[in-house]
Design a protein around this ligand. Structure first.
Ligand code: NAP
Length: 315
């Protein structure tokens, strides 16, 4: 099968188009023809120096799939040949999705939302799944609450919509190019992180502080947010938090550290929201798989307005 492999760890010039062996499904796995994938920051981190993920070049990376089941292992019960599916492949020690075919255990695979194309659906599994776990599973966002979401890129733009669907009022810190888009996605207030101080905005424009913080940015953003978080509030981060936590424990805050585990459940949640019209994939660009190096350069840069999707089979 055709694939874009990394021949070594390094810069974007490590990508090379190669013919690699088509995988075969084990008993509980499905073989999926990959119609589209997308690029996440973790792809770039693994391309640069991914030995921590248990892979060694030459190999195929890539952690989003939208495609069609081509074959099923003999113990697969939930899928048939021809089913349209989407999922995020396991990272550790596994082959990724920048290729014509991919195999995955059926437990991490879900039916694709019926109202999305493959290129649209491929923007969702990793970024949207992380947003779902942060806002719903860990954050437990509720009606009438206020959620502060830091960063409105791949994960954050979907988190804004999920929090709004949960009934929360959303305040989000965003890059200048996504401020208007973030309010269009349902945020009550998007704060330009380059020109505004989020603590000043929340203190001056919102009567009360926030119930839930979701940080997709890292550094000391999470600890800075404790000052505007209500006692007994919840904070979720997907990056290692830094900074001096001092006496913030006196507020009885709960901090969740989240690393996305592959599972069908969050994908089912996303599918329901998409099919009800409460969640749209947020996409900056769609590039052909051959241009994966350019896609990585875009994700490593700044100023994107959504996901960078890779079209693999034509949609
Ligand atoms: N733990 C997990 O399971 C998990 C899962 C998914 C992602 N992640 C990690 O989470 C991070 C975010 O992922 P992503 O896919 O959302 O990345 P992304 O698409 O690159 O989005 C990041 C967004 O944050 C903005 N930003 C940068 N600095 C900011 C600041 N100080 N305040 C507010 N916004 C700021 C960026 O704007 P600019 O364009 O101006 O830079 C960009 O819009 C990545 O490091 C990724 O590896 C972890």
């Amino acid at each position: 099968m055709d694939a874009m492999v990394i021949t070594d760890f390094g810069d974007t010039d490590v990508f090379e188009r190669r013919d690699v062996e088509k995988p075969s499904p084990r008993p509980t796995e499905v073989l999926v023809q990959v119609y589209a994938s997308s690029v996440n920051p973790v792809d770039c981190k693994i391309r640069q120096a991914g030995s921590w993920a248990g892979i060694s070049p030459p190999t195929v990376i890539g952690y989003d799939v939208s495609g069609i089941v081509e074959a099923t292992g003999e113990a697969v019960t939930d899928f048939d040949v021809g089913d349209e599916v989407f999922y995020t492949p396991e990272i550790f020690g596994k082959q990724g999705s920048y290729a014509e075919y991919h195999v995955a255990d059926e437990s991490i695979v879900a039916r694709k939302p019926t109202n999305l194309s493959h290129t649209e659906a491929a923007a969702l599994p990793l970024a949207g799944g992380t947003a779902w776990e942060a806002i719903v599973t860990r954050g437990d966002a509720g009606a009438g609450e206020t959620a502060l979401i830091h960063g409105t890129g791949g994960v954050g733009a979907h988190a804004v919509q999920i929090a709004v669907a949960a009934g929360a009022q959303v305040i989000a810190t965003a890059s200048p190019v996504t401020v208007d888009q973030t309010e269009d996605l349902g945020a009550t207030r998007a704060i330009d992180y380059k020109s505004e101080d989020f603590t000043d905005v929340i203190e001056s424009e919102f009567d009360e502080s926030v119930d839930l913080v979701f940080d997709t940015v890292g550094g000391d953003t999470l600890v800075e947010s404790t000052g505007v978080t209500k006692p007994h509030g919840r904070l979720v981060t997907i990056l290692e938090p830094e900074g001096e936590w001092g006496a913030s424990y006196q507020k009885n805050l709960t901090v969740h550290m989240l690393f996305l585990e592959r599972d069908r459940r969050p994908l089912e949640g996303l599918r329901h929201l998409v099919e009800r019209g409460q969640l749209d994939p947020v996409i900056d660009s769609v590039l052909p798989l051959e241009e994966v190096a350019t896609a990585h350069e875009m994700v490593e840069g700044s100023g994107l307005t959504g996901k960078v999707v890779l079209d693999i089979a034509g949609d």
